[in-house]
Design a protein around this ligand. Structure first.
Ligand SMILES: [Zn+2]
Ligand SMILES: [Zn+2]
Length: 183
């Protein structure tokens, strides 16, 4: 997308988004934007800043971090991004706080907002996706998916406890001393 800032003087400009996921080129095997990115973005001029307001919708395919089941993450986001002319960036400090606002910069008379839109999509993708809030995950012993019911490990633990020493090493040491002292 290419926005001519001078043209915005005549009035706001609205663009309909309908991008293929490939456009967003999201790197990583664990996540893939799986639907077209749709939405609507309006650009308007406020002084020498350009306001980008709109919404995006798409979805991502991921794996549940606990049970590895495929998860579809719906993405819906409304946003406002302010583009500031690059010339202002180095020294001038205004009442504007870039850390609080969603800001970006532009040089010359043109804005290319694709990267910003891509970042907005990326920000909505969770770091730890879950198939459901209380997903019990996989059994650490046998790897069974506990969403399908309990595995046999639980029963076995109850019947025969794992084969570990009955006493801690300190107790064993005490016991050893007693027997050697007794001789
Ligand atoms: Zn899960
Ligand atoms: Zn198990």
């Amino acid at each position: 997308m290419r926005i001519d800032v001078q043209k915005l003087q005549a009035g706001p400009e609205t663009h309909i988004l309908n991008h293929n996921p490939a456009f967003f080129d999201i790197v990583g095997k664990d996540c893939e934007v799986s639907e077209k990115v749709k939405g609507k973005v309006t650009f308007s001029l406020v002084g020498d800043k350009v306001l980008m307001e709109g919404n995006i919708q798409t979805s991502a395919r991921m794996e549940c971090v606990r049970c590895l089941a495929p998860v579809k993450i719906p993405i819906r986001k409304s946003f406002t991004v302010v583009f500031i002319p690059k010339e202002e960036e180095p020294s001038q400090k205004e009442s504007f706080n870039p850390e609080e606002e969603n800001t970006s910069y532009y040089t010359g008379k043109t804005i290319y907002p694709d990267m910003e839109i891509r970042d907005l999509v990326l920000l909505e993708i969770p770091d730890y996706p879950l198939c459901r809030e209380d997903c019990p995950g996989l059994c650490v012993h046998c790897g069974a998916n506990l969403n399908n019911g309990t595995c046999r490990c639980k029963d076995m633990e109850e019947v025969a406890p794992p084969n570990r020493p009955a006493h801690s090493w300190k107790e064993q040491l005490k016991h050893l001393r007693k027997t050697t002292e007794g001789k």
